[in-house]
Design a protein around this ligand. Structure first.
Ligand SMILES: C[S@@+](CC[C@H](N)C(=O)[O-])C[C@H]1O[C@@H](n2cnc3c(N)ncnc32)[C@H](O)[C@@H]1O
Length: 205
């Protein structure tokens, strides 16, 4: 992992991704969590921490980028609950099957290289009936935007550190065995449509 991914992106990450507009979605999905134990995949710099509800007692945050976890570490000193950070790719989770109650990912399925493998891992480690809360951007709902998402994806991949514009998040989640029990799709206000089509919901094992 190079200097751009490990140092530059983590340093500037919060200036774009900890915004009022983006945080509305974070609050909306995370406020629905009723469980105490959370595994968050693609933990990043830990922006979600401030939006977890008070019922959360323990969180494990996993990310493949040590630079992101270093930034996250700065936020957890006076945390409201127990937090463990692990440097690990989501494609291979260090937990037995049926061991996790709840998984969260926000703005992460776009970036995981082997996204199908990661979703299968999430499914494997969740207990039956366990919930997966997601807030992700991806393939839009109209052909014209989709066309541009496909065209511009290679460029996005380079400058946004492996982020993909054109992943069909609903199909990816369902094809990994999950049953989506609630989901809403919307365009983020004032964002270009190619980056702003959101999938916010809950899937169950
Ligand atoms: C766009 S950031 C989102 C961070 C955070 N979830 C948020 O909402 O701000 C994508 C995150 O996924 C992480 N990531 C990329 N590939 C990964 C992988 N294979 N396994 C785990 N995390 C990964 C990146 O390091 C980065 O922190």
């Amino acid at each position: 992992m190079g200097f751009y991914s490990n140092v530059i992106i983590p340093f500037f990450y919060d200036s774009s991704m900890d915004s009022k507009k983006i945080n509305e979605g974070r609050k909306s999905i995370l406020s629905k969590i009723s469980e105490e134990d959370i595994l968050e995949i693609g933990f990043g710099t830990g922006i979600n921490l401030k939006f977890y509800p008070d019922n959360v007692k323990k969180l494990i945050g996993i990310d493949s980028n040590n630079g992101m976890l270093k930034q996250a570490q700065k936020k957890i000193n006076n945390g409201r609950f127990q937090i463990e950070l692990i440097k690990q790719g989501g494609e291979s989770l260090p937990f037995p099957e049926y061991s996790i109650n709840t998984v969260v990912s926000t703005y992460t399925l776009c970036s995981i290289k082997e996204v199908t493998a990661a979703l299968k891992e999430i499914y494997r480690v969740l207990k039956p009936g366990g919930k997966y809360y997601f807030l992700e951007h991806g393939l839009a709902d109209n052909p014209n935007t989709q066309k541009w998402q496909h065209r511009l994806n290679p460029i996005q991949n380079i400058w946004a550190d492996g982020c993909n514009l054109n992943r069909d998040i609903k199909s990816l989640i369902e094809n990994s065995g999950f049953n989506i029990i609630e989901m809403k799709n919307y365009y983020m206000k004032r964002d270009p449509k190619i980056v702003g089509y959101m999938y916010e919901g809950i899937a169950i094992k």
